[in-house]
Write a protein that binds this ligand. Structure first.
Ligand SMILES: NC(=O)c1ccc[n+]([C@@H]2O[C@H](COP(=O)([O-])OP(=O)(O)OC[C@H]3O[C@@H](n4cnc5c(N)ncnc54)[C@H](OP(=O)(O)O)[C@@H]3O)[C@@H](O)[C@H]2O)c1
Length: 264
């Protein structure tokens, strides 16, 4: 069983822990990488764009931990298997897995092509990518017998249907990620592996930069707290979920969206 904290001092520290972050090279994933590195964790970034990963690693370097990147396409189980093996070869032990890699698309179902390419592209990344990583890392966490923390970056789109932009593959994938989170919390609890999800709303990143200006302004007006979130704010929540302070927290899907959902 995971020991409770004795006091609050150091309860939020990740000192000496090793974390894998998919898509940690930019956007929300980099916000999580930065927050975790500042909290003392060593970071393995898994992504496809190694040039962007090199820039991320250069930003982390002054923090003085161990930071590496590994090529990985989360949609491809063989690629995930290879990358996770490489990470373990280098880091020996992994304590934290953040399933952050994700894509979206704006398209109504009936307007998709005959192959439903958009549907499969999003589901294969956002849902199946999370499953692939959980399978490969979860098995190794179980074998190591030291527990662990898995954090799935979901979305508030898991709960609401966005009327301004049609994105059923995205919302459906994220809703499934939330339920997968709850299923895994129950299945992996006996191995002291905690599984939680973070459900951000509109957050500044490459993905949100494509929102047209008038829609961007409209969304900000709808937001009770009046602005988009920042990746580091998602990182702060991820640090909490990964830390000893959250030893009794599993199966939670926490929204962080400036109150946007409340005004839908
Ligand atoms: N921004 C928002 O407003 C917002 C709101 C709610 C939830 N989210 C969630 O936050 C997560 C990150 O989004 P973001 O806004 O930071 O997007 P982003 O800036 O577009 O970054 C997407 C990240 O996912 C990685 N990725 C995509 N497909 C991949 C694949 N097949 N294999 C490996 N890595 C892959 C990318 O790596 P490469 O650079 O190697 O392609 C990149 O690091 C997503 O799960 C998204 O759904 C974002």
């Amino acid at each position: 069983m995971i020991k409770p904290i004795a006091g609050i001092q150091d309860a939020f520290s990740l000192k000496g822990l090793n974390a894998i972050i998919t898509g940690g090279n930019r956007g929300l994933g980099f916000g999580v990488a930065l927050a975790m590195a500042q909290s003392g964790a060593n970071i393995a970034i898994l992504c496809r764009d190694r040039q962007k990963a090199a820039e991320a690693l250069a930003e982390l370097k002054p923090l003085g931990g161990r930071y590496e990147s590994f090529g990985c396409d989360v949609t491809d189980l063989a690629s995930v298997r290879r990358a996770v093996a490489e990470v373990y070869e280098s880091f020996k032990e992994i304590n934290i897995l953040v399933n952050n890699a994700g894509i979206s698309c704006v398209c109504e179902l009936l307007d998709m092509d005959e192959e439903l390419s958009d549907w499969y592209r999003v589901v294969n990344t956002d849902l199946n990518g999370t499953v692939h990583m959980t399978y490969e890392v979860g098995k190794r966490m179980r074998a190591a017998g030291k527990g662990g923390s898995i954090i799935n970056i979901s979305s508030n789109a898991a709960f609401i249907v966005n009327k301004t932009q049609a994105m059923s593959p995205y919302s459906s994938s994220k809703a499934a990620v939330n339920h997968f989170t709850r299923c895994m919390a129950v299945e992996l609890g006996k191995y002291d592996i905690r599984v939680n999800a973070i459900c951000p709303g509109f957050t500044n990143s490459e993905l949100s930069r494509h929102i047209p200006k008038d829609m961007f302004d409209y969304i900000n007006r709808q937001m009770p707290l009046g602005r988009f979130g920042e990746p580091i704010e998602v990182g702060a929540l991820a640090v909490y979920f990964a830390s000893p302070a959250a030893a009794q927290v599993t199966g939670t899907c926490q929204v962080i969206d400036g109150g946007y959902m409340l005004s839908c």
